[in-house]
Structure formats: structure tokens, C-alpha cells
Design a protein around this ligand. Sequence first.
Ligand SMILES: [Zn+2]
Length: 187
Amino acid sequence: MAGRRDYLTTEAFFMEIAKLAAQRSKDPVTQVGACIVKDNKHVVGIGYNHMPNDSDEFSWENTEGNKHDNKHIYVIHAEKCAILNKTADINGCTIYVTLFPCNECAKDVIEAGIKEVVYLSDKYAKKQSTIQAKKMFDKVGVFYREYGLKQEPAVKEESGTKKRKLGRVTQVGTVFFYNKYLKIYRY
Ligand SMILES: [Zn+2]
């Protein structure tokens, strides 16, 4: 008897964990979750945006009038939370995030040795913090891609064929994306 065909894919499983973690957030505006995965198999860190110690003593307000007492001063972002909660060495890991990391979390991701970011939403793509995060990822070689881009092993070299150049190349107008390790294509 054949097994089920409509089972949750590995990638969907990890992103669903990130989405579930986001539901723990008390932020009335933006709930973010993160899930760190080792070897495409093991969950080694989960996080969501929250106040220190998940305390209710801090304000979630974010208005012009309270610049010195607003949520940005206190909140711990999901990525940092997941990194702090790591249960194993996360060097070389992938982090699944429901929202593209800000510049501060990008620094944490880089310093933790995480090599890939898979994101669900990039709704703040035009914000400086997101632009700076991508700039840092690009410069140090952290690969990022939108959730839903399927991943396959690197292209195998066949004898007699022209060696394919691998690098951080996005072929505009086609469905293929390459980095050093992965062949990525859209569904
Ligand atoms: Zn952040």
C-alpha cells in the first residue's frame, strides 16, 4: 500500500513551526516566529518576538509620543530569541522566519554562523533595516530565499558537458536561482 502523497513537506513543516511560534507573540501589531533547522532535519531553536522574560510590565505601544518608552526599546525579536534558545551548535544552519530579518537580527544570524534564511513575508522590503540586512547577508554570503522556492541538490557535473558556473547568480527572466550549494527553482 502506497503512503500518503499529501503529507507535509519538510520545508512546510519548519515554516509551520515558525508560524506556530509567532502565535505566542503578544505584540498587537506584528507577530513573528523563527525556527532554526540543522542539516535540513533537526529543529534546534524556536523563537518569537516577546518582551524580556515575556513580562507584561513593558508597553507594546509604538507611537510618536512615547519614543522613550515604546516596544522597540524592549522587544526581543524572534530570530534573536531562537538563537538564544538554541539546543545545539547552529553553525551552518537554516533559519525559517515568518518575516524577513531586520538589520539587528541579521547581525545575530551572521554571527551565529547561520548560512541560509527562508522567509515567508518581506513586507518591509523598502525599509532601511531590511535593505541593510540584505546588504550584510550579501556581503558575508548568507543565502536568503522566499519560502516556496523548492530546493534540490547542486547540479551534478557530467563528463563531456561544459562546467556550469555556480555562484550567487539570479538569472532574470528564468525560474532558476543558483548559489554555491543549491539549485533552486520555483514550483
Ligand atoms: Zn529583528
